[in-house]
Design a protein around this ligand. Sequence first.
Ligand code: TNX
Length: 546
Amino acid sequence: MNKFFLCLFTLLLLNAELHAQFNIIPQPLEVINTSKGSFNLSDRTPIVFKQQGLGKSASFLNAYLSQFYGFNLKQSKATAQGIYLRLNHKPESSKAAETNHTTGNYSLEVKKEGIFISAATEEGVFYGVQTLIQLLDPNSKDKTLAVPFVKIKDEPRFQYRGMHLDVARHFSTVSFVKKYIDYLALHKMNYFHWHLTDDQGWRIEIKKYPKLTELGSKRKGTITGFLPGNGNTNIPHGGFYTQEEIKAIVKYAADRYITVIPEIEMPGHASAALTAYSYLGCTGGPYKVQETFGVFDEVFCAGNEQTFTFFQDVIDEVAALFPAKYIHIGGDECPKTSWKKCPKCQQRMKDHQLKDEHELQSYFVQRMEKYINKKGKSIIGWDEILEGGLAPNATVMSWRGEDGGIEAAKQKHYAIMTPGNYMYFDYAQTAKRDSLTMPGLTTLEKVYSYEPIPAGLPAQYRKYILGAQANVWTEYMNNPSKIEYMIFPRMSALSEVVWSSKESRDWTSFQSRLKQQFNRYQLWGTNYYKDALENSRKSPAFQGHF
Ligand code: TNX
């Protein structure tokens, strides 16, 4: 018996060894080291595919090769040695898939005759290309790349693999947003949650309400130091995306099989919108686009019909811009102070027999949900939308720990896990506090250790957990380099949490593969937290504020 376990153990180690040598992140389901040798990839290698849709995968590969290796491939019908992209139309298997609708399986084989990527879906082929990219030596300066022989079978574990970006606290340019989307693609992520409106800025052009961006996208300054701040930059900060720019970004993401989910905050986090249209608030103002952070009492009036007209108009334009099935309506951190004092809000509560302001918030969200459902879309809201009764088709994003997600799943609602102490990339990544951040601590190891299916959730509800997402709130990130520093390497850990099978998760193996990932970051020219491997291991247990 002991011998048996020894054998098994050796086999497992050997297996981990084989995986490790390819340094692929996220770890694929099966990696088979076929035989020694490699395929030479150069500008003489043709790329061969029949279906037009596969052109997106080919273009991504070519853009990567030209940017980082200085050559690209020509499409050809030839049957010589080349890269073959194929749709095989076989039904998706779902061995490791936790939920029913995981798509993106692929197989990749590198052998003497060529590189063969096949999948049942276009995105599967795209993920195969991402894996191929990881087989390329990031340190090579050659125009011929040796791609090691290997056979890989892979499939995602979760159907929702997301990253969020807050562009309200600090604006990100169109070109950085595209770069961010590329980072997601390189990690096989498929959702980009775009936090477009908040107290500190309204960042999406709405044609019917031009003042939202004329006035609401600009603030006069920003606090310096940690909340409540030790001064103010007094430097105006602003920026917004035109509808044309938004369409371009949505297409850019779709070409990478990434769905963009817009977030339009309601009924809280409203200062920027109220500054533009003060009649939407309970008191009528005066309001200002906030220069500091936190939670503000000025929220949208829930008693005023014009508020709903406003949001319906906004949703009309938003729904037309984003093909995603989901619209995120926020719903978080909405103090009830102004509603308690507002005659219109109180009247609404009487008319609808709402017993408290939480039920009024629920009324607000449910009314907007109905409108959004009529447009064929569903809402996502932060876990506060559970308070006062959940809207019938809502998906919950669980951020104050996992309880919201658990509760939603038990009510047979879908949930996406983004608990603060694991998934907040605005928290420090080292106990040494190397820069100004939110006060929590989320080390690389902490991210890596995250298990999206909560331990106590009864089996029959597990399918309601769609996946997980990391949030990048930008109160203390005012330039792209800081954002990159905060997301890398934590995003690489996240990609494994949401993609790789639970059984294959192995912190030791991840650390060893991450060394090569660091070389890739260098190739990309991105900033990253270089001491993550050192300090993640040493850092103490979580000390966050939730
Ligand atoms: C809470 S997460 C917020 C954000 C802040 C973040 C800072 C959530 C739904 N609301 O408005 O930016 O904390 O960590």
